[in-house]
Design a protein around this ligand. Structure first.
Ligand code: SF4
Length: 394
């Protein structure tokens, strides 16, 4: 059906998903049709009123990649790890509304007390990168490493952007979680514990950190494809690799290109290029600065007026930075990349629905991690917190 045909025959639904018509693609979506329409002019007022009625009983977290209309209601903004720590630092708030994606809400649930409930306003707000490593695939890959005779010397290092089940796998196998801020410290620790690292699920962060930050060689890295037998590798390749990189990537950051960097340099004299380490190695190599979202925010905030930037990270954040620093020129790196579609599942109608439900005494979309999974995931998260140096700064 064309959009024109759709708009003449029926009003455009708020959600294509969520109507119970396709249960497979709607997995996890709980949308009983109580959402206010997105065009409701009273939405902002309703969000304000609900938040005021809830007072200190609710704490709203907003990831940097969220839309402005949502960020406006966040008590704190930040990257995934900062937000999980902020949630843990609010033991008196019984309800944590997490405006981010599923794995972030899981981490917040793991780090908060049993008396607190973490709420994700739309359960369809997932992360395509996290979904690229399913627990059964990772268990199978580990069996391959056992078969290759290298599992006992391999330390898993898992990026925050992963399911609680993968974090628990990491804890069970003596590994650590890392963020884009502390990946260097985490990787260096892991390479002291074993001769190899299995890096999950973002191949680019693993490669960039190993080669650029630790001075390793690209030749030490192999990519394990979970859709192929033995990851598409020979036993010899697995045995001789130092970094076994999971074949996962961010569907936003993985799309920035060398061509876009070269075009920006050509068209904007004196431009500085700053990108996230989830970008491809070739792109990161050409950038002037590389860093987590927190580092990108701080770097631009500290730059003098007149600085020209092109920024390779999610578009909502780049647009907000451009608004916040009008005395600098802040542009988006790539013409062919748009918002993180899953992050954008969280919108004002869903936030209003979650908050108003709490006012009525109903908890919608709670995120609860199984106790045993949470236990081992916490082991891996605690290992990260115990890493030396500046591990948990953002
Ligand atoms: S920006 Fe990338 S890593 Fe972040 S939530 Fe979206 S898909 Fe996942």
């Amino acid at each position: 059906m064309t959009s024109t045909a759709m708009s003449t025959s029926m009003p455009l639904p708020l959600l294509v998903l969520g109507a119970g018509t396709d249960l497979h693609t709607e997995r996890g979506v709980e949308c009983p049709g109580e959402l206010p329409p997105p065009s409701d002019p009273a939405l902002v007022e309703r969000a304000r009123a609900a938040k005021a009625a809830l007072g200190d009983r609710v704490f709203v977290l907003g990831h940097h990649y969220q839309r402005n209309e949502v960020i406006e209601f966040a008590d704190v903004t930040g990257d995934s790890f900062k937000l999980a720590k902020e949630a843990a630092a609010r033991p008196d708030a019984p309800w944590i509304v997490f405006c981010g994606v599923h794995f972030m809400a899981e981490s917040a649930d793991i780090l908060t007390s049993d008396q607190q409930t973490v709420i994700l306003p739309d359960l369809a707000a997932g992360c395509s990168m996290a979904d690229m490593a399913a627990i059964h695939q990772v268990e199978d890959a580990w069996d391959d490493l056992v078969e290759a005779g290298v599992a006992q010397d391999t330390i898993p290092v898992t990026y925050m952007n992963s399911s609680a089940a993968i974090k628990a796998f990491t804890g069970r196998h003596g590994g650590t979680i890392c963020t884009s801020s502390n990946a260097k410290t985490a990787l260096s620790w892991a390479l002291e514990q074993g001769s190899k690292v299995l890096f999950l699920p973002d191949q680019h962060l693993g490669r960039n950190t190993y080669v650029r930050d630790l001075g390793g060689s690209l030749e030490d890295c192999v990519v394990f494809d979970p859709h192929r037998p033995m990851g598409g590798l020979t036993i010899e390749q697995i045995q001789s690799a130092r970094m076994i990189l999971w074949r996962g990537h961010c569907s936003v950051h993985g799309r920035f290109t060398v061509d876009a960097v070269e075009t920006a340099r050509r068209e904007i004299p004196g431009v500085r290029v700053i990108v996230h380490p989830e970008c491809r190695y070739e792109v990161v190599e050409l950038a002037d600065e590389v860093g987590s979202t927190e580092k990108i925010v701080k770097t631009i905030a500290a730059a003098p007026a007149g600085t020209k930037w092109v920024v390779g990270t999610e578009l909502n954040l780049v647009k907000r930075l451009a608004e916040q620093f009008p005395d600098q020129q802040v542009s988006f790196l790539e013409k062919n990349v748009c918002y993180c579609s899953t992050m954008n599942r969280i919108d004002l109608p869903h936030l209003v629905w979650a908050l108003e439900s709490l006012v009525e005494g109903r908890v919608v979309n709670p995120i609860r991690v199984d106790d045993q999974v949470a236990h081992y995931a916490r082991v891996a998260l605690d290992q990260m917190l115990a890493l030396p140096g500046e591990t948990h700064k953002d």
